[in-house]
Design a protein around this ligand. Structure first.
Ligand SMILES: [Zn+2]
Length: 625
């Protein structure tokens, strides 16, 4: 894979101490950066070399999948293994002294080597973002920094290699890439002869396949259009182009040169003589930095096809998990698909959404528009707390705006902490009050009455008294009973789960014994949707309108949770919503209401539309007011 020559040569380039490689999976990244470099360091340079790892589990995996196969496959390397001792019998060694004097060891949390004593000349930190995440979670004091410090004795000659698939923009590897030279591989269009890189983003997906093609035909028809001549580059042509990459770092460009000049270019200069006799070399000034950084995605890899990438994109249209996988594993871009930073959502920012001067909550005021059932959908959500029910009523305009009609803390309904011995059916009765309120309906601008089409009711709050489970009727059974009695089409028990793992977002599932349909919902995605909608500007689809008399308490409840992102051992994002303010009912109630709207066909705002043109927004704004 010619693409790998440059990143591999980088370990000898005296201008750089650090090499940051951010690339997609199955694109040669690990093979090149771990195995070849380690083979070189251990076998020829006889360095003391460390693997920086996040935890013992990863060390085990790195040993099994990367180190051991390398020793097994290269006879000259395996000949350097000592006859006895750990590692010689196939067990998991945390360090190994080779017979040529080279040493390798695992450094990091849970490693046997004492971090404060080991000294190494070369360091490879694979899966940097995992190690970084361990630091963020407070388990370890910045392990990457500690690992780097182990090379201080060799400040003039040390080499440190960082590799990872990207995770999020704030992740270690992406920041390191941007700090460095920002290299990208360019390939020459076989149509027009222009050099370009395989650019891709969700807004500009580029990879094309015939319209309405099935997944099978996408495998054959997929192409990448040349950014200059628009020629459709199909798989065969792509593979031909991949044979001649030129790495271009920030500040550099590609110039024509003579074949002699290309051949005579220095060891760390990029130049190529093509089959047709054309020769090119990279010229210009790189930025001054000690980090040489490389990035490539799977469009640059011969280990996949355009068809497989297209098939992945088809799948990612509807499925958040696939979308995440395509972003980081295929396209090697940090994942921004979901809301990461929820810190900018504040009570005041939420209350700025009160736009219509005569728009009041409940029945005191009217919705500012005529309620056309083709255009609007009314839903409601009920969250059940220990002492109260919390109700929200929303109107969703398809592909347009969102109106809160009312938010209501029904504290008087459940005067006692549930379950109360004198009132075991408090929740059922509370829900009947909610029903009385909702069936009277709401008025639109012309005085017509409309009602919620679906009400999502929390059937999953924490059981208060586990010991008394047998004697106290479970609260969720009251919810089921209520929904069965008043009609499962409108009254729907909702079961919020942190994640449905890509199975779906709102999934009806049968509860056999009660003959009730329980609606399982992915609360992470739905909460992200809501927080995304709060941040939209007027005129953007999904923008959210609040009545003039919206309470601060409601706004406070919407910001009661913050999304904290962690990574599992496969660098998959694992999100958790941390409750910072115990009054989080408004957020939960909105989740249930929004889940109902989604189940009835309202679409979440498309992320690419979140960055609409501000001029256009203003025009829309004026039109409405
Ligand atoms: Zn072209």
């Amino acid at each position: 894979m010619p693409l790998l020559n440059s990143p591999i040569n980088a370990i000898l380039d005296p201008r750089y101490q650090e090499i940051a490689v951010v690339a997609s999976t199955q694109s040669g990244k690990s093979q090149a950066m771990n195995q070849i470099i380690l083979g070189y360091w251990l076998e020829y340079a006889r360095h003391h070399t460390a693997f920086g790892i996040a935890n013992r589990k990863i060390a085990n995996r790195v040993y099994k999948t990367k180190l051991k196969p390398m020793f097994d496959a290269v006879p000259s390397l395996s000949a350097l293994l000592p006859r006895g001792g750990a590692g010689s019998r196939g067990g998991f060694p945390t360090e190994q002294l080779l017979t040529n004097g080279a040493l390798w060891l695992f450094l990091g949390a849970g490693s046997a080597a004492d971090m404060s004593q080991a000294t190494v000349e070369s360091l490879v930190i694979d899966e940097t973002d995992k190690a970084d995440a361990e630091a963020a979670s407070g388990k370890e004091a910045n392990p990457i920094e500690q690992m780097i410090r182990r090379t201080d004795a060799h400040q003039l000659t040390r080499k440190i290699v960082f590799t990872c698939t990207p995770t999020v923009k704030a992740g270690f590897i992406w920041k390191k890439y941007l700090e460095g030279t920002c290299g990208k591989p360019l390939f020459r269009c076989i149509g027009c002869g222009e050099w370009f890189w395989f650019e891709w983003s969700w807004e500009n997906q580029r990879i094309g396949w015939e319209d309405d093609a099935s997944e099978v035909s996408a495998l054959e028809t997929a192409f990448y259009p040349c950014p200059r001549c628009e020629m459709k580059i199909h798989e065969e042509e792509r593979l031909a182009m991949l044979r001649f990459p030129l790495w271009v770092h920030d500040g550099e460009r590609i110039d024509r040169c003579s074949a002699d000049e290309a051949v005579a270019a220095g060891p760390y200069s990029e130049a190529v003589v093509l089959q047709d006799g054309n020769a090119f070399r990279v010229t210009g000034e790189r930025i001054a930095t000690r980090t040489e950084s490389f990035w490539w995605n799977r469009l640059c890899s011969p280990f996949t096809t355009l068809g497989h990438l297209a098939a992945g994109l088809r799948k990612a249209r509807e499925n958040e998990t696939s979308r995440h996988a395509v972003t980081i594993y295929d396209m090697a871009l940090p994942y921004e698909g979901r809301l990461i930073d929820t810190s900018e959502i504040s009570v005041d920012a939420i209350l700025e959404h009160m736009r219509y001067s005569d728009y009041r909550s409940g029945r005191k005021g009217r919705m500012p528009f005529r309620y056309d059932p083709e255009r609007f959908l009314c839903t409601s959500g009920v969250d059940i707390g220990k002492r109260e029910l919390y109700l929200v009523v929303d109107v969703w305009e398809h592909d347009a705006e969102w109106f809160l009609l009312n938010s209501w803390r029904c504290a008087f309904l459940l005067p006692y902490e549930y379950p109360h011995p004198e009132d075991p059916r408090a929740i059922f009765r509370g829900l009947e009050h909610v029903r009385d309120y909702l069936i009277r309906g709401f008025h639109d601008a012309e005085g017509a009455v409309f009602r919620p089409a679906a009400v999502g009711i929390d059937a999953h709050y924490q059981r208060v008294n586990r010991k008394n489970r047998r004697t106290v009727p479970e609260a969720e059974y009251q919810v089921y009973e209520f929904c069965r009695q008043y009609g499962l089409g409108t009254w729907r028990p909702v079961f919020g789960e942190d994640s449905l793992g890509g199975e779906g977002i709102v999934l009806p599932s049968k509860l056999d014994r009660q003959r009730v349909v329980l609606w399982r919902v992915d609360t992470d995605i739905l909460k992200c949707d809501i927080h995304n909608m709060i941040r939209l500007k007027p005129g953007q689809p999904g923008f959210w309108n609040l009545p003039q008399d919206t309470s601060r308490e409601y706004a406070r409840g919407l910001c009661a949770e913050k999304r904290v992102v962690d990574f599992d051992d496969h660098n998959r994002e694992r999100a958790e919503w941390v409750v910072e303010d115990p009054f989080n009912h408004p957020l939960d109630a909105e989740v249930y209401s929004w889940a109902m709207a989604r189940s009835l066909g309202v679409k979440p705002p498309r992320l690419s539309e979140a960055g609409a043109d501000p001029d256009e927004e203003e025009a829309v704004e004026k039109e409405k007011s």
